[in-house]
Design a protein around this ligand. Sequence first.
Ligand code: DGL
Length: 270
Amino acid sequence: MAVGIFDSGLGGLTVLDAVHKRLPDLPLVYFGDSAHAPYGVRDAADIFDLTTKSVERMFEEGCDLVILACNTASAAALRRMQESWVPRDKRVLGVFVPLIEALTERQWGDNSPPREVAVKHVALFATPATVASRAFQRELAFRAIGVDVEAQACGGVVDAIEDGDMILAEALVNSHVDALKRKMPHPQAAILGCTHYPLMHDAFQKALGADVKVYSQADLVGESLADYLERHPDKHGTGQGVKYLTTGDPIRVSSRATQFLRREIKFEAA
Ligand code: DGL
């Protein structure tokens, strides 16, 4: 029994790393669907099918709680999964809410009506599917009023990261930030709405400028998972260590993961 962390590929490792640092004794299973990444260019039906297949595999691995550490799956598939697919004894949670709560200065589970917040101009960087879903804007509208969100679909960045081509990834980040700034010249905050993007945090910060606060999910999800497990200790799991599963080539995926997390990571075939 373990907590599952799912992503279309390597991006969810940014969340896994933060969760592991915050909760070092928590047994974890990481599942990256690298054979089918990127999800961000697929339609919602396809993303639902791929995500449910992966999560099913994580249930078989003994996960009672699975975190979709993938905004694209959270945006395109999570609601349908929770309404009609997740078995009663399992939980599947997404990664948007902790980020939006941080942006809107809310405590976990504060469901009071939307109110004005300090930040007024927010840049959202995410995959094409996440941007098209408008899921961020919807979640934000439940909690805040008067926030202007400009979204930039960052085509190509996930592919470049999955390929380990960080020079291309940085060039793409620069061009997406330029495109965003043409639409919103002075964002106060930027949301990295894809779990691959924290790997490019410094490139985003440099392109945006030091005065823009950049929010990324990894630490926020670690904190809110710790809080969730305190309230639901039955979901903690009794296994040990971290298991890494991939639908891609385990040798190639392990070498990228080791490069990104700067410690040895060994994936097994899913
Ligand atoms: N890490 C995924 C996300 O957070 C990337 C999606 C993709 O595969 O395009 O959206």
